[in-house]
Design a protein around this ligand. Structure first.
Ligand code: MSK
Length: 639
């Protein structure tokens, strides 16, 4: 162990406490592994290492003194562009596979299978039917579910290249649909878009960086389609989130309970685990856990159950290993995406069971309990009983739960935001929001998305940027591990609004929060959900744009991913650009090896689609650039 200065790794006090414990016990975490990786490869960081064929790897000299071309003849621009769009396609595949899982579940429900699931939010189901043009009058619920599943699965099956995916066509502003349609940037089929990206980036295919990047934007829009359908159908299945008071950070773990963490992204199993936990409480108490069973969340599965069940959030991506170090985690149940393969190695030092559940996502050293929706309750019970058994192996002398957690008000789906606004103006709920944007109390809106990375002190860029923008009266929305950062830092509270919001924003959040019966201002940062739930922000923005009669690219709306890490984050950022948003990334993607690609995504994109990337690793100057972009949009609207 060569690591030191844990406080520099994370701005989260619990993470720092656990990292000190890791140091003392010579347990290796992501931060230690990052240190061992230094210095990281300069060719790879710039995107100038091509590993697409077996003639390589080929490296282009970034300074122009060595090789200018790979063996096949690809230049730096082709290599960088190919690599980037493959990353976007991988992100799209991940989000959309999640969406397919939910859509297939809906299909199976409509066929009378999956008795452990039901449509919990019929109002949402009817709203989706209206959006997608499915008749509801006089029809049975399951018939409607079947039609919605068929239309959704059609977005994975349609072979007409010019017919856009149904969810995108029905959900974006008419102007955006037209603009992107004219540019050929509306995908016809999610699976085909991913396959075509892989195909065109095979050796000897598309070598034109502009054409490749356009292909990247098209497949990124398929990511938005997959996210939209995943979110909306999950709401029908599990309920549309409404504001709920929860808590965040490692202090949510309980010494006297069987602690079970759910980690990953897909709510299909985790939602059932939440339901079933109450039924098995007595078994946990009988095993010596006086406080019963305590379900806690990590990453986006955590957000799914936090938004719908009020389940507390233990931590976000980068610190997912640390709950094990408390010595009080009986099991971590993982599904898909953003799960560290190191978990079983750390769990070996404790009594913790790492349980994988998806047949396509196994980890050496973990216990695999295959999840089958046909036996969801049975699977959930098996897992919970494994955790109860593990409780008996816990060493009480090693329990070290940090005594720190933050209150978090979460659950701001687009519907919940509109419902809160309706308390101010029942006839025209969006009017208070529009009026306050027009009068300047709200200067604009920022959506924080994305992950954590060891390249940035954990959570610090989110917190710095949000405070700086909120002070300038920018309304802050967040999803995914960005939301996790804010929850842990106590920014999802009324108190944070009082402390950090500018006067205009504070007045608006206070008026709405009071009218909505929250007993104080709306939280400074509004939690919209998991990574796929970025589509909630798009839904809200689209409603706003339609009300104003403008396009998404006209709104004073920006996106920021200051600690992004995953391919999914690149996909999200790319569709955010494509729907017209100035989009900040604070972790530099592997594009700087090509001036042409860098210019395409940071400048040319603006003329084409209205949105563009802002690459800046400094939260202070990034905040200034985002605020300037908001002001430019306001000026465009005559504000
Ligand atoms: S989990 S993609 S680390 S946000 Fe959605 Fe967090 Fe990024 Fe994964």
């Amino acid at each position: 162990m060569t690591h030191h200065d844990c406080a520099h790794c994370s701005s989260d006090a619990c993470a720092t406490e656990m990292l000190n414990l890791a140091e003392a016990n010579s347990i290796e975490t992501a931060w230690h592994r990052y240190e061992k990786q230094q210095p990281q490869c300069g060719f790879g960081s710039a995107g100038l290492c091509c590993r697409i064929c077996l003639k390589g790897p080929c490296r282009i000299d970034p300074f122009g003194e060595g090789p200018k071309y790979g063996v096949c003849g690809a230049d730096r621009d082709t290599i960088v562009a190919r690599h980037l769009v493959r990353m976007i396609a991988a992100g799209t595949a991940a989000h959309s596979e999640h969406g397919r899982h939910i859509a297939l579940a809906m299909q199976h429900i409509s066929q009378g299978e999956l008795h452990d699931y039901s449509i919990r939010d019929e109002a949402k189901l009817y709203a989706i039917a209206k959006t997608l043009g499915v008749a509801t009058e006089g029809r049975g619920l399951l018939a409607i579910v079947g039609d919605l599943a068929a239309i959704t699965l059609g977005d994975f099956q349609n072979q007409d290249y010019d017919k856009p995916c149904a969810w995108l066509a029905a959900s974006l502003t008419p102007r955006r649909v037209k603009r992107l349609g004219d540019l050929g940037l509306l995908p016809h089929n999610i699976d085909a878009s991913v396959a075509q990206t892989m195909s065109r980036t095979h050796v000897g295919c598309d070598a034109d960086p502009t054409n490749l990047i356009l292909g990247g934007l098209r497949v990124a829009m398929a990511d938005l389609d997959g996210s939209m359908l995943a979110t909306e159908l999950s709401d029908a299945l599990f309920g549309t989130p409404q504001p709920v008071v929860s808590a965040a950070n490692l202090g949510v773990m309980k010494r006297g309970a069987v602690n079970i963490a759910v980690n990953g992204h897909n709510p299909m199993l985790s939602d059932i685990i939440c339901d079933v936990a109450a039924d098995l409480r007595d078994e946990a108490i009988a095993a010596g856990a006086a406080e019963g069973i305590n379900i806690i969340g990590i990453c986006c599965t955590g957000h799914e159950v936090m938004m719908r069940h009020g389940v507390p959030l233990a931590t976000n991506y980068l610190s997912q290993e640390l709950p094990i170090l408390t010595g009080a985690l009986e099991a971590m149940v993982v599904d898909v995406q953003c799960i560290m393969p190191s978990l079983p190695r750390i769990a070996e030092c404790f009594h913790t069971q790492i349980i994988t559940t998806d047949k396509h996502n196994k980890i050496s050293g973990a216990t695999h309990v295959p999840f089958d929706e046909h036996k969801a309750v049975e699977t959930a019970k098996t897992i919970i009983r494994m955790a109860i058994a593990a409780f008996g192996r816990r060493d009480p002398n090693r329990v070290a739960i940090p005594a720190f957690k933050q209150k978090s008000i979460v659950g701001f789906s687009a519907e919940a935001v509109v419902a809160a606004l309706a308390k101010v103006n029942a006839d025209d709920p969006l009017k208070p929001l529009v009026d306050n944007v027009v009068n300047g109390n709200i200067q604009g809106i920022v959506l924080f998305v994305g992950c954590n990375t060891t390249k940035v002190q954990q959570d610090s860029a989110y917190v710095d940027l949000a405070k700086s923008l909120a002070k300038r009266n920018v309304l802050v929305l967040a999803t995914g591990c960005a939301a996790g950062a804010f929850a842990k830092a106590g920014l999802m509270t009324s108190e944070a609004t009082t402390q950090y919001a500018g006067e205009g924003l504070k007045g608006v959040l206070s008026a709405i929060g009071t009218a909505a019966g929250l007993g104080g201002p709306l939280p400074l940062v509004m939690h919209m959900g998991s990574c796929v739930d970025n589509s909630r922000a798009v839904a809200l923005a689209t409603a706003l744009a339609n009300k104003l009669g403008v396009d998404l690219s006209d709104l004073p709306l920006v996106a920021s991913a200051p600690e992004c890490m995953s391919e999914k984050a690149l996909a999200i950022g790319s569709w955010a650009v494509t729907i017209g948003l100035p989009t900040h990334v604070g972790s530099v993607p592997p594009v700087i090896g090509s001036q042409i690609v860098t210019k395409l995504v940071t400048e040319t994109a603006k003329d084409l689609v209205g949105g563009y990337f802002i690459v800046d690793t400094d939260p202070k100057s990034a905040g200034d650039k985002l605020y300037a972009a908001i002001q430019e949009r306001r000026a465009g609207l005559g504000l």
